[in-house]
Design a protein around this ligand. Structure first.
Ligand SMILES: NC(=O)c1ccc[n+]([C@@H]2O[C@H](COP(=O)([O-])OP(=O)(O)OC[C@H]3O[C@@H](n4cnc5c(N)ncnc54)[C@H](O)[C@@H]3O)[C@@H](O)[C@H]2O)c1
Length: 282
C-alpha cells in the first residue's frame, strides 16, 4: 500500500511495546488507528497519544484468544473509523520453561494469545480487505518463528505457526491475484514489556502457587537481560513495519545478525544433521 494517509490501521497488543510503537508510527503517517488489548488502562493512554498526534483513535478491551471478541472488534473498529486497511496481529506473550515442565494452562494461554489471536485476526479481517481489494496484513512472529532457541518450546511453536500461516496466506491471496499484501514480522530482542508477560495472564489460566524450576528462573533472567539490552528500539521496529507495508515486503527481519542462525538451521535441515543450538553455536 503506497498511500497510507487517511486510511485505517488496526493493531492488537496496542497498549504496549511494539504494538504501541506501530500504532504511533501509523498515526505519524496520517492513518487513523484502532487498538485492541487486555490492558484497559494503557489502552486509554495510547488512544490519548494517538489523538494528540492528530488522528482518530478507537480503543477496545479485547482478549485476542477469544473468537467472538475479535469478531466484534473487527466490526466495531470498521464502524468507528470508517474502514480498515492495515491489520497488525501483534499481541503476544512469552512464558518460558521446558516443554515437559510447562503446565496445561501455560500451553493454553500461550497458544491462545500467540496463535489463536493471529488466526482470529486473519479470520475476522481478511474478508473485509478482500472485499475492498485493498489492504495489508502484518502478523507478528519473532526470530523464534525461524529458529528454535532452547527453553521456549511454547513460544517457538506458536511463532513458527504464525510464519506458516502468513506464508500460506500470502500464497492463497497471490493465487487469486489479490492486491492485498502480507508481511510477517520477525524481530530479535527489543526492549518492551514482553519479559513481564505474566502481568496479563487471565485468572482462569493461572497456575497454582508453585516454585519455578532452576531452569525456568535462569531462562527468565536471561530473557529479561536480553530484552532490556536490545539494540533496536520499538520505534525502529515500527518504522520497519511501515516501510514493509509501503514496499509490500513479506519478511521483516529487523536484526540481520540473526541470519547466521537461520542459515545454520536451514543447512542442518538440508544436510539432515541434528539442529545446532542458536543461542550457542550461531
Ligand atoms: N520484544 C521482543 O523482544 C520481541 C521479539 C520478537 C517478537 N516479539 C513479539 O512482539 C509482539 C508484541 O510484544 P512486545 O514485545 O511489544 O511485548 P509487550 O508485553 O510490551 O506488549 C504485548 C501486548 O500484548 C497485550 N496482550 C497480552 N495478552 C493479550 C490478549 N490475550 N489479548 C490482547 N492483548 C494481549 C499486552 O497487554 C501488551 O500490551 C508479541 O507477539 C511478541 O511475541 C517481541
Amino acid at each position: 500500500m503506497k498511500e497510507l494517509r487517511g486510511k485505517v490501521a488496526v493493531v492488537t497488543g496496542g497498549a504496549s511495546g511494539l504494538g504501541r510503537a506501530m500504532a504511533l508510527a501509523f498515526a505519524r503517517e496520517g492513518m487513523h488507528v484502532a487498538i485492541a488489548d487486555v490492558d484497559a488502562a494503557n489502552l486509554e493512554r495510547v488512544a490519548g497519544e494517538l489523538r494528540s498526534a492528530g488522528v482518530d483513535a478507537y480503543a477496545a478491551r479485547v482478549d485476542v484468544a477469544q473468537a467472538a471478541q475479535v469478531d466484534r472488534f473487527a466490526e466495531d473498529a470498521r464502524n468507528a473509523l470508517g474502514g480498515v486497511h492495515v491489520v497488525c496481529n501483534n499481541a503476544g506473550v512469552s512464558p518460558l520453561g521446558l516443554a515437559w515442565e510447562n503446565t496445561l494452562a501455560d500451553w493454553q494461554w500461550t497458544i491462545g494469545v500467540n496463535l489463536w489471536g493471529v488466526i482470529h485476526g486473519v479470520r475476522a479481517f481478511t474478508p473485509m480487505l478482500i472485499e475492498q481489494d485493498e489492504g495489508h496484513i502484518v502478523n507478528t512472529a519473532s526470530v523464534a518463528g525461524l529458529i528454535n532457541p532452547p527453553g521456549s518450546a511454547m513460544y517457538n511453536l506458536t511463532k513458527h505457526a504464525v510464519v506458516a500461516l502468513s506464508e500460506t496466506l500470502h500464497h492463497d491471496l497471490a493465487e487469486r491475484k489479490s492486491k492485498l499484501g502480507v508481511s510477517v514480522l520477525c524481530p530479535a530482542y527489543v526492549a518492551t514489556g514482553i519479559a513481564d508477560s505474566e502481568r496479563n495472564r487471565p485468572a482462569d489460566l493461572a497456575n497454582p502457587p508453585r516454585d519455578k524450576s532452576p531452569d525456568q528462573l535462569a531462562r527468565e533472567a536471561m530473557l529479561r537481560k536480553a530484552v532490556s539490552s536490545g539494540k533496536l528500539s520499538a520505534d525502529d521496529i515500527a518504522r520497519a513495519v511501515v516501510d514493509a507495508v509501503r514496499e509490500d515486503r513479506f519478511y521483516i527481519l529487523t536484526h540481520p545478525r540473526i541470519k547466521n542462525a537461520i542459515r545454520a538451521r536451514m543447512e542442518a535441515i538440508l544436510e539432515e544433521r541434528s539442529p545446532s543450538n542458536p543461542l550457542r553455536d550461531a
